[in-house]
Write a protein that binds this ligand. Structure first.
Ligand SMILES: Cc1cc2nc3c(=O)[nH]c(=O)nc-3n(C[C@H](O)[C@H](O)[C@H](O)COP(=O)(O)O)c2cc1C
Length: 338
């Protein structure tokens, strides 16, 4: 099966089937502490931040979703327009499709509608095995005028795919060499199975500049693969595999000093508030934004405006008026044991 048809299938499946984990991301076990008396104005709540020298209006990234087919072009444009309007970060889906077929590059290009955003590319770890690919990746980033690139770790997804990659020998060495080769920041992300503290440390040693923990509790890629290949009993067996996002965030926060993105089922502003209180610098979303972007860019904007309103409301209710006060603030959040 070509990468292009796989990309088409992924979009279709995520839009038509329930690909969410049954298990939760763990943030529901945390409670933000109510503060009945604050002495500031809601309108003065400031959620501006910086990420890789880019000023952001809100601590949000549109996670890597797509590229490589006609629908991807429409979806990426809708996402990018909203990112430009709202002043947030966006990343595209794996660029392997456009590297294999240059005619697909257009589906990742968004600078005409989003000239100012921090736009991050994406490639899978397995593609770094062959050093000859380094130049190809660099040129793919230039073509989309990207500001950096995510290397995604998707071992569970590859292993359950019938045609998936099995050989990850020397991947740490390849990643280290790739980071040295690139003159733009290289970030790393999971795709929904989470990153442990030990893995985060390894990534930091490779020179990775930020990590999106992308934990379990949101979109399950083993579940999506189960629907793509109906007879895939291996994907079925592993459909609940992965480290819940909240646990992954906490482990990574105590292991490394890198900027952290929390994602994996973070679909509302209260959960985002909890993730930032537990140490995230940004929060990321994929599946809900795919659904909105399939309609139009205004729908993406509306979803995110509501998300931001919820984040600010939660911030006021815990008594913090900016992200410096919210970030990694254990005094405003507690673990509910019951
Ligand atoms: C249709 C779709 C395609 C995706 N493709 C990629 C990809 O190419 N590269 C990648 O790193 N992650 C990819 N992801 C994973 C997301 O970036 C994200 O890590 C995962 O969906 C969990 O986040 P969520 O619960 O907010 O959906 C994709 C997600 C969706 C929904």
């Amino acid at each position: 099966m070509s990468i292009k048809s796989r990309k088409i299938d992924h979009i279709k499946i995520c839009l038509s089937r329930n690909v969410q984990f049954r298990k939760k991301n763990g943030f529901e076990k945390y409670e933000l502490k109510h503060n009945a008396l604050v002495d500031f104005n809601f309108d003065d709540i400031d959620i501006k931040t910086e990420f890789f020298n880019h000023k952001l209006s809100a601590p949000i990234i549109i996670s890597s979703i797509t590229g490589g087919c006609e629908d991807a072009k429409r979806i990426n444009k809708n996402l990018a327009k909203a990112a430009q309007k709202l002043g947030i970060v966006m990343s595209c889906g794996s660029q392997k499709a456009m590297i294999k077929d240059k005619n697909l590059a257009y589906s990742y290009q968004t600078r005409d509608v989003a000239p100012d955003i921090l736009y991050l590319g994406n490639i899978g770890l397995d593609y770094l095995k062959d050093k000859k690919n380094f130049d190809r990746i660099k040129s793919a980033i230039e073509i989309i005028e990207g500001d950096g690139i995510f290397v995604h770790l998707n071992l569970a997804q590859e292993l359950v795919q019938q045609e998936g990659e099995r050989n990850f020998a020397d991947s740490v060495v390849s990643l280290t060499e790739f980071v040295k080769f690139m003159d733009l920041p290289v970030l790393s992300k999971e795709v929904g199975f989470g990153i442990s503290g030990k893995v985060a440390l390894k990534l930091e040693k490779c020179g990775i500049k930020a990590i999106d923990i992308a934990g379990a509790g949101g979109t399950s890629w083993t579940k999506a693969e189960k629907y793509r290949q109906e007879e895939n009993s291996l994907a079925e067996r592993f459909s609940e595999w992965g480290m819940p996002a909240s646990e992954s965030l906490i482990k990574c926060k105590s292991a490394v000093n890198l900027p952290l993105i929390a994602s994996g089922g973070i679909y509302d502003g209260i959960t985002a508030c909890k993730a930032i209180a537990l140490g995230a610098d940004l929060v990321g979303l994929a599946e809900p934004l795919l659904i909105e972007a399939n309609k139009n860019s205004e729908s993406v904007e509306r979803y995110l405006e509501q998300f931001i309103k919820e984040l600010k409301t939660a911030m006021m209710l815990v008594g913090v008026k900016n992200l410096q006060e919210l970030k990694n603030n254990k005094e405003i959040i507690k673990l509910n044991i019951n």
